[in-house]
Design a protein around this ligand. Structure first.
Ligand code: A2P
Length: 341
């Protein structure tokens, strides 16, 4: 059944997970983009009730997330984990609010749009109370793939990711700091958030392993890309790796086309694409890197070159701040699309 409730011009917005890495960024993005809201609610677990978060120069008291949290709320941005999203979906939608969910809980559910505004904005219009925000690694890749798909149909994508610690939450970022200090001081390092030490290491293991030997993170990049791009036939091979970087995921992406494509056209298509910045001046050692892109909004693409291993294909290096475009910014952009025109 289609969603018929009219969105007010100045909705009340709730952020569930407001004390977390993504939730804090959601508040920051709402503020920076001057989102026209008439009220803000910061929700988190009972542990955080009574804490304060800053919004538009004022303190907002964090409330415990409960079934009753959504009275009077129009838009609920969720980033508190998949089980929390599942638990509160009914409470949100029966209160008449639209849930924009950053977790993996509903992404592949038929009828739940999975939206990247630069790629498939129209999908958001058919929501039935829940819109899913894709996985961070998927978002930045499809923003770069969409302008290429308009040049020629993409046949195959091979991607390796270099994912920042903050993708696993605030505690994981804290663990990278702590482990680095412990390691340098010669103290024993005890992994908690990751399967192994993350300081001075790379871990080819994000989310759980599946029966075929891939990880769930890798699977997400395959099926979410197919759903967002409306290309169930698009083959994608992903290897997802956690690296000791605080913020910004990087991806080495090889794209094979089904027809000849000119490299100059690839550059032009990327340079003109919404949400993309091309940073590709190798003569000056200029290419995207996490350390220079923390807090930015665009998807940065560099190292654009021919893939010599296929008849028609390119390779590129894609970096984005995954807490922003990969999570909070994408969610707020979706919320903006719900506002009355
Ligand atoms: P809290 O800080 O009270 O634990 P991150 O992704 O950085 O780990 O953050 C997760 C966010 O989700 C935090 O705001 C956290 O709140 C919130 N959260 C986790 N579990 C629950 C829960 N059961 N109910 C409500 N909020 C939760």
């Amino acid at each position: 059944m289609a969603w018929t409730k009219q969105m007010p011009a100045r909705p009340v917005v709730a952020v569930a997970g407001a004390t977390g890495a993504v939730g804090a960024e959601m508040l920051a993005v709402l503020e920076q983009r001057d989102f026209p809201l008439s009220g803000i609610r910061a929700l988190a677990s009972a542990r955080s009730a009574g804490k304060r978060v800053r919004f538009r120069g004022e303190d907002v008291v964090v409330e415990e997330l409960t079934e009753g949290s959504f009275d009077g709320v129009d838009i609920a941005l969720f980033s508190a984990g998949a089980s929390v999203s599942k638990q509160y979906r009914e409470a949100v939608t029966s209160a008449g609010a639209v849930m924009i969910d950053n977790s993996s809980a509903f992404r592949m559910e038929p009828g739940v749009p999975l939206v990247v505004p630069e790629v498939n904005p129209d999908d958001a219009l058919s929501h039935q109370g829940v819109i899913a925000n894709p996985n961070c690694s998927t978002i930045q890749m499809v923003v770069a793939l969409a302008p290429l798909e308009r040049l020629a149909p993409i046949k195959r994508v091979v991607v390796a990711t270099y994912q920042a610690a903050s993708g696993a939450g605030q505690a994981a970022m804290d663990e990278l700091y702590a482990q680095t200090a412990d390691f340098l001081a010669g103290r024993p390092v005890e992994p908690k958030r990751f399967a192994h030490r993350i300081a001075f290491n790379c871990i080819p293991h994000i989310d759980v392993f599946l029966e075929d030997g891939s990880t769930k993170e890798e699977w997400k990049m395959v099926v979410e890309t197919q759903k967002i791009m409306h290309r169930p036939d698009l083959v994608v091979a992903a290897t997802c790796v956690r690296v000791p970087v605080l913020r910004c995921h990087s991806e080495a992406v090889a794209v094979e086309f089904g027809a000849p494509v000119d490299l100059a056209d690839v550059r032009e298509a990327l340079a003109g694409a919404p949400g993309v910045t091309v940073l590709d001046e190798v003569a000056k050692n200029r290419y995207p890197m996490p350390a220079m892109l923390e807090g930015t909004d665009d998807v940065y693409v560099g190292r654009i070159r021919r893939d010599p291993s296929v008849e028609s294909g390119i390779q590129m290096w894609v970096v984005a701040d995954q807490l922003r475009k990969g999570a909070a910014l994408n969610a707020v952009q979706i919320a903006e699309m719900l506002l009355p025109r």
